[in-house]
Design a binder for this molecule. Structure first.
Ligand SMILES: *Cc1c(COP(=O)(O)O)cnc(C)c1O
Ligand SMILES: [Zn+2]
Length: 407
């Protein structure tokens, strides 16, 4: 089991007991889980285990296996994207981490599953989340399996199907008339006062631990090679940070080589790109976007909680940030679907569109081992495509007519 040493402040490095806390009492910085890893962890430790992210349980913040709330998420395919790579101008080693095929159809099953498990271990009586769409279902599904009530705080303008999905798992849905940031503010106060484990707020140190398995799996699937370049969509920035933490932990454990040459690209949608804007202006200040406007609703976080840390990670890892417009996002979705047979939601379109720009601008070499994280499923956001897909012309069920249509 993962043996937690402490929760450590990311700013002042103060360490705390791993209790129900998430902010440093000295400086209000965020807290990260620090472990006492067992010394006998090897590559082989994991190879024969179940094909879910719980195969890495020694590296995750749950003390007793019985508290794991398991929907069998993770260990998703790492697809060699040879066709897309060729179309993009000859990338030979392009890989898609296809996290659209998780149980609730986004990567959020990773952080939500770990946070709900931790809530169960801490004997909390309810869980919840502030959501841009996908976290709602991921939290609600794991809460259902854990037999815990679940409270979703979300803006009203997210995709209908994401609301239907979360409601079906039995969650209580608080539809906030405002932005994600408004929903987040309400959730923070109500969560603390009612003792709700809000997975991405007061459970955040544990929540992000789930997302770091996106690094573990990629490393293992690449035969414990360190990739050269990662393309990661950014909303709050929690996932990008967690992926970096994951690679660093593997390197500290001696399971992979040094990660100092890793390069990272943060991908954001134009219309809600506060991290990209700061990067472009060479600024250390992330200025919130008041009114996000983008089809990539799962990335529509105007005031990203981990935005500053994404900027730091980009400095640390030779990184860059890039943005994509709605049209580019749609082109990205269709390019991935038509070449690799993977249907993603706009967040994935952002990653592909940014990848394409990087190749065009010569910022990615043909030989580089590139991993592009596809984090959500296209079935969850079909509205975005309504205007670009061909309209159907209906025909009579008559063989001659239909035959004449097909050349
Ligand atoms: C939430 C989400 C992201 C962004 O993750 P952050 O940790 O908020 O940066 C990316 N893609 C999808 C599909 C998401 O749901
Ligand atoms: Zn601190």
């Amino acid at each position: 089991m993962g043996i937690i040493q402490s929760l450590r402040c990311r700013e002042c490095r103060n360490e705390y007991d791993p209790k129900f806390r998430y902010i440093c009492e000295e400086c209000y910085g965020p807290l990260d889980v620090i472990y006492k890893f067992a010394s006998d962890i090897k590559r082989d430790t994991f190879s024969l285990r179940e094909k879910t992210y719980w195969r890495y349980f020694e590296l995750l913040p749950i003390a007793h296996k019985g508290n794991i709330v398991n929907l069998n998420a993770g260990f998703t395919p790492l697809q060699h994207a040879d066709i897309l790579g060729r179309q993009l101008g000859g990338l030979k080693n392009l890989f898609i981490k296809n996290d659209s095929v998780n149980p609730t159809f986004s990567f959020k099953d990773r952080p939500a599953g770990v946070a709900v498990s931790r809530a169960k271990e801490s004997k909390l009586k309810a869980v919840g989340c502030a959501s841009t769409g996908n976290l709602a279902s991921a939290t609600a599904a794991h809460a259902a399996k854990a037999k815990l009530p679940c409270y979703i705080f979300a803006p009203t303008d997210i995709e209908n199907i994401k609301i239907a999905q979360a409601l079906s798992y039995g969650a209580e849905y608080v539809a906030v008339d405002g932005t994600y940031d408004d929903a987040n503010r309400v959730a923070a106060v109500v969560g603390d006062s009612k003792g709700i484990g809000v997975v991405n707020i007061n459970m955040r140190p544990y929540y992000v631990e789930g997302s770091k398995t996106l690094a573990y799996e990629v490393a293992e699937q690449l035969n414990w090679q360190v990739p050269d370049h990662l393309i990661i969509p950014v909303g709050s920035g929690a996932m990008l940070n967690a992926i970096c933490k994951g690679f660093e932990e593997l390197s500290d454990l001696g399971l992979i080589d040094s990660v100092t040459n890793l390069k990272i690209t943060a991908a954001q949608p134009h219309g809600c790109a506060p991290v990209f804007n700061a990067f472009k202006n060479n600024s250390n200040e992330v200025i919130p976007v008041e009114r996000p406007e983008t089809i990539a609703k799962s990335l529509a976080i105007g005031d990203p909680g981990d935005g500053l840390y994404v900027l730091r990670r980009l400095k640390q890892y030779n990184g860059i940030a890039e943005e994509a417009t709605n049209d580019e996002i749609i082109d990205g979705i269709l390019a991935l679907a038509k070449t690799e047979g993977i249907f993603t939601e706009p967040a994935g379109g952002v990653a592909i569109a940014v990848l394409q720009k990087m190749v065009e601008e010569g910022k990615i070499d043909r030989d580089e081992k590139v991993v592009c994280y596809i984090t959500g499923n296209g079935l969850k956001a079909t509205e975005a495509l309504a205007t670009v897909l061909p309209t159907l012309s209906v025909v009579k069920p008559d063989v001659q007519t239909v035959s004449a249509m097909i050349r």
